[in-house]
Ligand binder design. Structure first.
Ligand code: UDP
Length: 330
């Protein structure tokens, strides 16, 4: 398939591009490089630095590259910022995505794979999460993703768009061969911050909240390897053949891991202590989020290769040890 990967220079998008190529597909990348890294995409992959809301330019790319499927990873994803600057999130995550969809439909491209999030569930009253549970996001970031999910449902019915929306849990880790990895600026994610605290590249880690109703008092999350996530996106292609298909899948391993367990895994893998201080709870953090991903496993034959935290951290460490400044000059 000829696959347009919008946001293909970002963390999850760039890993997906490599998985697409490995599976024999033809990825084409669009990324405006606001958060993406040009170096995360191999030089033999067609690359366009364009805003996804630019229908004229996007239409040209869809036609020139004979695109059959669009994957969309280009979103702002800082929960706190979405609270202080919701317009930015609604414009980019919702409005620009609607431009992209209108452009696709106008060009006759009707297969779409969307990055959604477990943040659409809000604070669930039961765990693990299954796809049919109520969605009640508690911040504008989660709301923008839910808004797009709903728009997609309506477009599937009205226009015969076929789509899969994947609700990610905590994407983590890096390519197994160490070629690419996670580099956000600013970095807010636990594993890269814990690794940097271990190497001394950053100050001691702050553990946000030690009084949660969890076994060790810290938050439980479901860390899922970025290449496992990527493989689900490719496994869904066959299902998109039928016009009007609307699919929603949780992508997580189902294993809850606490912040302290992540710290211990980083210490074991790196052989270094992770200095940390306890800090107040971070606003908007639910105590526990983990997935039931039976649906993806049964319907897509999705196989989880990285089922626990240590092998995930090993891949993250391999990338960080070789690229202490990420994609910036070493
Ligand atoms: N966390 C932490 N200190 C940090 C960053 C994160 O204690 O510096 C915690 C955070 O409260 C959450 C978990 O680590 O419970 C994962 O956070 P992350 O930002 O990586 O992902 P999120 O779950 O917010 O998507």
């Amino acid at each position: 398939m000829n696959v347009l990967v919008v946001g293909g220079a970002g963390y999850i998008g760039s890993h997906c591009v490599r998985q697409l190529a490995a599976a024999g597909h033809n990825p084409v990348v669009v990324d405006n490089l606001v958060f993406g890294h040009r170096a995360a995409v191999a030089s033999d992959v067609p690359f366009y630095s364009v805003n996804l809301g630019n229908e004229k330019e996007m239409g040209k790319i869809l036609r020139k590259e004979k695109i059959e499927v669009v994957m969309h990873f280009a979103a702002y994803a800082y929960v706190g910022e979405s609270v202080t600057d919701p317009l930015k999130y609604y414009f980019n995550n919702v409005a620009a995505t609607l431009h992209l969809l209108r452009c696709m439909l106008g060009s006759g491209v009707k297969k779409f794979v969307f990055s959604s999030t477990c943040a659409t569930y809000g604070i669930p009253d039961r765990m693990p999460l299954v796809e049919t549970m109520p969605q009640a996001p508690i911040n504008p970031y989660g709301q923008t993703k839910l808004d797009v999910e709903n728009a997609l449902k309506a477009m599937a019915q009205a226009y015969g768009l076929s789509f899969a929306a994947f609700r990610y849990f905590n994407a983590a880790g890096a390519a197994e061969d160490g070629a690419i990895g996670e580099h956000h600026d600013p970095e807010t994610h636990l594993i890269p911050l814990a690794i940097d605290a271990a190497t001394g590249a950053r100050p001691p880690l702050q553990v946000f909240g030690t009084d949660y109703p969890t076994p060790d008092g810290t938050c439980l999350r479901d860390y899922v390897h970025v290449d496992d996530l990527s493989r689900a996106h490719i496994a869904v292609f066959d299902k998109l053949a039928t016009p009007g298909t609307a699919l929603f899948y949780n992508l997580g391993t189902g294993t809850p891991t606490s912040v302290l367990e992540v710290i211990r895994a980083v210490e074991k893998v790196t052989g270094k202590k992770v200095p940390y201080v306890t800090a107040p709870r971070r606003a908007g953090d639910p105590p526990a989020l983990y997935a039931d991903s039976t649906k993806a496993q049964t319907e897509l034959g999705w196989k989880i290769k990285f089922a626990s935290i240590e092998p995930i951290v090993e891949t993250a460490w391999k990338w960080h040890a070789a690229h202490p400044k990420g994609f910036a000059a070493k």
